[in-house]
Design a protein around this ligand. Structure first.
Ligand code: MG
Length: 404
């Protein structure tokens, strides 16, 4: 993408789940509201701005949230209402741009570059979207307007709630440079620590640091990526995407396979990729589907529900391997396999309420590991690190094939 000026909007509903609850029950308005399951064992799915001032945030265990804010009103979630509001929200966005890229149920990028002659400039469109969200949904949207996605996303967040921040092309650096490095897209805790160790605290610090040195310290890919962002450059296009129904991977083989162990390795890779895409979309999976196509083109699918919705590739992998164990595979016509696929389905927002399980620490480790994997993949590419499961987690048999 060259220098052609674009106008990108990032539109994000404020405190979405909690705002729907406050909208539908006037007695909750102006009060600290927490959306979650059980008050004793659940986690915070969402909370109103009144609750946030006490330090409550989503994904926090409910017990801690109630210690911080004892007067909070805990309400049960109403997923059907959120889904309905989300549909109406995307219908509004569709009136302003041909392409809306959904990031989650309440958040999207719009490229309005081609709409401006008809609908007005970016800020005008942003104001119009906010007005329609307020009038038709009785919810509040924050909007960022900028020449690219990276800046638009930060801009929508910076004046929340009820924000409208416009960052023109010649104002990008003044806007970005005072912000902390954690605002850079793709920078998680690990990279953040490394930048701090170099004495780089703000995006401006990164911009002033020689790019060659940054590449030397962080690797070519990450160094170049962060240097470009710090200069306010992000060429990613807004791409069509609705909140997905399933996320999956499938692979057709050049040769048919008749050994389940070969297929297991493929499924393990697929599980990790699917899990990364779930996390990128802020979704988690409630079920796993295994797809097997035989050499006679007969296709079967097997589905299993997960006891606890997850973004953990290891959990997805185990479910898929379990399903594979019940599929007939053999070295004869009609039983050799030419394609396997793994899909995550029964998707729900990663922030949706869930019950704590007995195995909470293990679950938390799985989710954290996923976040670290995402960051390593972003920095070094796919081949850099493969989860240890690829070297067979439960080596309960002769174990002389060392995995992927
Ligand atoms: Mg939101």
């Amino acid at each position: 993408m060259g220098d052609a000026a674009r106008t990108i909007l990032h539109v994000d509903l404020d405190a979405f789940f909690a705002a729907v609850e406050q909208r539908d029950d006037p007695s909750l308005r102006g009060k600290p509201v927490i959306v979650g399951g059980s008050a004793r064992r659940g986690v915070v799915a969402a909370c109103s701005y009144e609750a946030r001032t006490f330090g409550v945030h989503s994904a926090m265990p409910m017990a801690i949230a109630l210690r911080l804010c004892p007067r909070a009103i805990v309400v049960r979630h109403h997923m059907a209402r959120y889904a309905e509001a989300s549909r109406a929200f995307f219908a509004i966005l569709g009136d302003f741009a041909p392409v809306a890229e959904a990031l989650s149920f309440d958040e999207a990028f719009l490229d309005v570059t081609g709409s401006e002659r008809l609908l007005g400039d970016g800020p005008t469109i942003g104001r119009a979207i906010k007005a329609r969200v307020r009038d038709e949904l009785r919810l509040v949207a924050s909007v960022g307007v900028a020449p690219n996605k990276f800046v638009a996303k930060i801009a929508s967040d910076i004046d929340k709630p009820d924000g409208l921040r416009v960052v023109p092309a010649d104002g990008i650096l003044a806007f970005l440079h005072p912000l902390p490095v954690s605002r850079l897209w793709g920078v998680g805790e690990v990279t953040c620590d490394r930048l701090r160790a170099l004495g780089l605290r703000t995006i401006g610090d990164v911009a002033r640091y020689p790019e060659a040195a940054l590449r030397g310290k962080l690797g070519d890919v990450t160094g170049a990526h962060l240097a470009a962002l710090a200069r306010g450059e992000d060429a990613r296009a807004v791409e069509e995407g609705q909140a997905p129904v399933t996320i999956g991977h499938r692979e057709t083989f050049e040769d048919d396979h008749d050994d389940p162990r070969d297929l297991e390795v493929v499924l393990l890779h697929q599980a990790d990729r699917v899990a990364a895409r779930l996390r990128a979309a802020d979704l988690r999976a409630g079920a796993v589907v295994l797809i097997v196509k035989y050499d006679d083109f007969r296709q079967i699918t097997r589905r299993t529900a997960l006891p606890d919705p997850t973004t953990d590739g290891q959990v997805l992998a185990r479910a898929a391997l379990e399903l594979l164990g019940h599929v007939e595979i053999a070295d004869r016509p009609g039983r050799r396999v030419r394609l396997v696929g793994l899909s995550a389905t029964a998707l729900e927002p990663r922030a949706a309420p869930r019950q704590l399980t007995l195995d909470e620490p293990r679950r938390a480790r799985g989710e954290r590991l996923g976040a670290v994997l995402d960051e390593v993949h972003a920095r070094f590419g796919d081949a850099a690190l493969r989860r240890a499961i690829h070297v067979r987690p439960d080596d309960d048999d002769d174990g002389n094939d060392g995995g992927g």
